[in-house]
Design a protein. Sequence first.
Length: 196
Amino acid sequence: WNYHITHFVTSAPDIRHLPADTGIEVAFAGRSNAGKSSALNTLTNQKSLARTSKTPGRTQLINLFEVVEGVRLVDLPGYGYAEVPEEMKKKWQRALGEYLQMRQCLKGLVVLMDIRHPMKDLDQQMIQWAVSSGISVLVLLTKADKLASGARKAQLKVVQEATAAYVGDIQVEMFSSLKKIGVDKLRLKLDSWFSQ
Ligand code: GTP
Ligand code: MG
């Protein structure tokens, strides 16, 4: 697939406002500031397809992008952002849970975690939600450029061992939007999901 031709379709506050549940979707999930929107821009080779920011909580809606008709990439709002009021957090967590559990066309979930702080409670819950719904998971350890090569490999091993506990299809890779690490692996995984 040529991800460079991906274009924005729509934003929705919850699953009731999403377009028809047909075709195939792959969603990008992770804590606020993990680098989800940046990863989408890197994959598609577009500077500002998905909005990025230094401030956590930039993406607040479910954003849909179309690669070709019926093939979509989804940028989800980040979770775990402390500054968000409790009421909003609850509302958003419900919307996220609904999306993961009810969206029939969701084939794969890319879970992004900062390589320096992986596998927080909500990350684990996200993976659990996905695998228990039969959704394949690709974990990307983002901002790999922030660690030296030895520390990077050690973190990869730690997370690979931690995810081995889940019964399901899970792969873990390093990623950096800054240094373009892991982009090929991401592309290959998406190709395999979109080809099924
Ligand atoms: P929310 O939308 O708030 O959930 O955040 P997000 O996960 O979409 O993160 P975003 O892509 O907006 O990136 C957050 C910050 O991390 C920005 O300042 C990015 O420039 C930075 N960042 C993203 N990817 C990388 C990376 O690979 N390396 C480094 N060093 N910084 C990165
Ligand atoms: Mg974002």
